[in-house]
Design a protein around this ligand. Sequence first.
Ligand code: WTA
Length: 663
Amino acid sequence: MQRDAAKPKKSEKNINVEKRENPMSLSLDVSAKIYPVNRYLELYSRSLEEPEKFWEEQARELDWFKSWDKVLEWNTPFAKWFVGGRINACYNALDRHLKSWRKNKAALIWEGEPGERRVLTYHDLYREANRFADALLRLGVKTGDRVGIYMPLIPELPISMLAASRIGATFTVVFSGFSSGALADRLNDAEAKVLITADGGYRRGRIVNLKENADKALASCPTVEHVVVYRRTGHSVPFKEGRDIWWDDIVKDSRKYVEPVSVESNHPLYILYTSGTTGKPKGVVHSTGGYLVYVSATQKWVFDVRDEDVYWCTADIGWVTGHSYVVYGPFLNGVTTVMYEGALDYPNPGRWWEIVERYGVTILYTTPTALRTLIKYGDEYPKKYDLSSLRLLGTVGEPINPAAWEWYFNVVGGGRCPIVDTWWQTETGGILISPAPRLGLVPLKPGSATYPLPTIMADVYDEKGRPAPSMTRGYLVIKNPWPGMLQTLFKDPQRYQQVYWSRFEGVYYTGDYAMKDEEGYFWLLGRADEVLKVAGHRLGTIELEDALVSHQAVAEAAVVGRPDAVKGEVIVVFATLRQGYSPSPQLAQELREHVRRVIGPIATPEEIHFVHMLPKTRSGKIMRRVIKAVASQAEIGDITTLEDEASVEEVKKAIETLRAGMA
Ligand code: WTA
């Protein structure tokens, strides 16, 4: 993705943000009023001296049933953290707070899209998680079994995750915006024994038929023995005797207390599927001990959570941000968290700001796409509400452009609140590069995630694996293990090794472009591989192409991302048709519907172009960079560098064919 400006200037002090035209060159002294500036780098260098000792101290903040024998066992690229330690995730998120004054503190403030409100204290969550844990036990779920979760954003979603982890079951949450095909793939790969879902959820005033999708998926999921259905919408849904059971019916006979299972630190807490560079989503496996230590610490450092805070991370729990910074990070720290079920502009674009005002939200964490959507509606909406409770803002998921940054800072934050631009991935478990106000906030530069968090050795490499000079784009790598890192890909350690640890010898390859400026600040510059970020959602081009060719009319498809002012990137399809089919707007619409059915609404193509042939190299590889340049209507420029294996003539012809298809 193109940045609004490529090169940040050197930082300058004492600049009034409102007066700057180009905020890229801005260094915020606003933060200095609230947080000690520049103490951070000193702490960071100290952390690199003895990283294991550093993490050991962090680990002591959690409750362990038995302490670890060894902090880190590192057999590149397989890490085991806190080896021999025994712990339980649910116990640390809930039981621990019951021994303190936080017992009746609000853990979760929930608002449904239609407007219902529920407040659950730590004690409430504890009661619910225990009862549901017992329900899972009675359904035959054992330590180590996998439990699938496909739910709207309602309290029963975190309750399900906590209950599963209480009995040592590994959960896998499937985003409720995915449709039956994507759900079936994930449940089958994980070999889930039980699925937890709901009749439906609300989105823009309409019901999303989750149970219906689940039923379709389950037709091809032989491992799933039982389905627990939470009644959210109350609309009538089909029920399969013997397999399906209502949540309320099963918990009514539950015991009030279930002993939390003490698992070894490296027991898998969850699997989360994410798109990569093949058609098959990767099952990212996260540990229990290391993961919890990492999210607990980073929640504190980055969001500076305090007891009086009302923290709102707007992410859906179906994505990693929700796992780490809606559920485990906040609950481990005894924080009050806000959760909102529905669309950000329903019933009007003031909904989010109304929520901030109603609950007095102090920390807001969201995506650049959401901000750009809200910017479009104009300043009048945020200005209608009292947002003065906010003190810290955060972003995640995509690079933030200076215009969105500035709007967030000025209009939402009233010029008072530092913005933490947090860089991380499903695989990293938690934030790796970000300002860390709790540890000492460094001067901010809009669009930069600043510096790595303690002990994280991030760098930018060139093609050959040498450190890239500053101000030069290269590949972001991480050179040492950290407690939140993925353990492996489920049932596929070889792929784990190949995807992340073979691009450059012995270092973790992120798949992201980045550069460092003269002061060592990191600037994230988008994906370097076949992964798209559409409205912050991670999608693989090959996955999308597979979905397209599963339609009878499509012979071949190439999917690329085109930069978009709101969504960051949108999906553009070039397709060739099988004999007997001819291009038409109806067919394009049918293909759009088809992709929505197979993957989900988030994967809806923005443009579909029918072409006679796709540009390929002599060896048959699709020339993506040509296609991408055409789709983005970018200057094609020097085409000799576009694809090494293709002749200039071939590339020229390819461009003409594609342009004809777009006409
Ligand atoms: C991108 C989301 C720029 C990046 C937590 C990464 C970002 C991918 C940022 C992971 C950021 C995440 N600035 N880009 N602050 N944060 N990304 O797995 O391309 O859904 O590789 O995890 O999002 O997406 P994922």
